[in-house]
Design a protein around this ligand. Sequence first.
Ligand SMILES: Cc1ncc(C[n+]2csc(CCOP(=O)(O)OP(=O)(O)O)c2C)c(N)n1
Length: 538
Amino acid sequence: MTTVREVTYQVLRDLGMNLIFGNPGSTELPFLRDIPPDFQYVLALHERTAIGMALGFAMGRGKAAFVNVHSVASVGNGLSGLIDAFYCHAPLVVTTGQQDRRQVLAEPFLVSRAVETVKPYVKWAYEPLRAEDVPAVIARGYYLAMQPPMGPVFISIPMDDWTRECQSLTVREVSQVIEPDSAALDEVVRALNASRKAALVVGAQVEEDHGWEETLALAEHLNADVYQQPIPSRWTFPRRHRLFRGGLLPAQQPLADQLAGYDTVVLLGAPVFLYYAYVPGHTIKPGTKLFQITNSPQDAAAALAGTSIVGNLAAAARYLRLHAEPREQVYVQDRKDPSSPDPGYPITAAYLFSVLNKVMPRNAVIAEECPSSKGDLDRHLLLDEPGSFYSVPNGILGFGLPSAVGLQLAHPHRRVICPVGDGSIQYSIQALWSAVQYRAPVIFIVLRNGDYTALKSFCDFTQVGRNVPGMELPGIDMVKIAQGYGMAAKEVDQPGELESVLREAFASREPRLISVNIAKGGQMCMGMDQSVHPPNYG
Ligand SMILES: Cc1ncc(C[n+]2csc(CCOP(=O)(O)OP(=O)(O)O)c2C)c(N)n1
């Protein structure tokens, strides 16, 4: 007799999900007992951290990751991780325990209504009607999670299901590439051929669809300026490339102003557009032709302007390159490195990132969560390889640490660096422990400014004023916290110490935390100042 448990492990094996990111409780133990030797359990000390590490692992590999977390705590503690996966288009199969079917009706201790709770943020939430359906439900969840746009699925499994009898299951091939409509792309080709000056805007979906090379080739073929989507959750164009013009601002009018010089704009793999502060204006200057190519029907439906085409980004970029006329290559030098900021005291974020840029390997991977220093990071870290940058996709803090650990497990031959605010790090701090235990040699760089600078900036930007509680973070010793989790850690206070401490961290093959005392900021909001006419909430 084969059991649900045995067949499930075979299905997980056949689908390549041999790593289980989790935090166990009594309702998960019947699944986790006698875990087969070709599986590894990656323990997180909190559900948010478990889902967050799986998220990083899934994004790093471009393949679904498997999670097993506890009962309704999976949603209570883990929901922000699921929301991140939803907006990152990260394929996750998240499983969670349910009480014994035979007493669920009586509302026992640990009964879970997770399936109902989680629905808006997953592609599918399900509790199998029959125990013997569990392996097939997991396989179905995997196929769906991997369909574009990829994303999380959620499965609740009663704890008595694992010992039930069950037939074996053969996993299937389910294709994942959806070609965009060529007739619709021909319209883009005509617009590009007729344009005086075209721009490409690149978004995170370019990487989801393995479209980096094709997008680069298209940009060079068109000799078009290239912008990164606002508040990018991934960088999808070489930062030093001669055609790269930087990021777009996350507000309507300033963004439309940035693109005002172009008569045709083709947005590859992002929403139209991701805004933060409300600065009303045009989505795009009237008269400019805007095309969005996206792997997300949601993004296509939600776009405020332009023509939307749904399909695979790599296929779309290839089609456009093969059909649009080439434009003359005007030789422009690669972008110059930004000037070196002064090593003043206290250390500025700009100086920190300029030193980091000098000492880090060129194939480093950044998992970023430093809200008020995003702009400095963006200016000074110049990485040109695919898969170099990941950031919080929706503004919920807690993404940085666990995703860094997951990315490091996915990329044993690249070094992951996690620049993180001293506020942000607290939302998933337990990931430090997992990094130590699973020997993920992430370098965590804490930007310790002792406050919520990003919120103070927003107060200044929107004239809320500074008389707001809850903005200061005194008395946190990050070095001691890291050491308490078993991690080597150092504080840097003087600019002169920074380079040697960073070099020492890169020379080591262990995870490290470097807590850098940096200057407090304010005023600017996501690269915007008062000149954009922000809303007044004062
Ligand atoms: C889970 C969550 N709680 C609260 C916030 C609001 N928030 C946005 S930025 C920020 C400050 C983060 O502080 P820190 O990491 O120190 O970065 P800094 O602003 O100093 O650059 C806070 C609390 C949020 N985005 N997500």
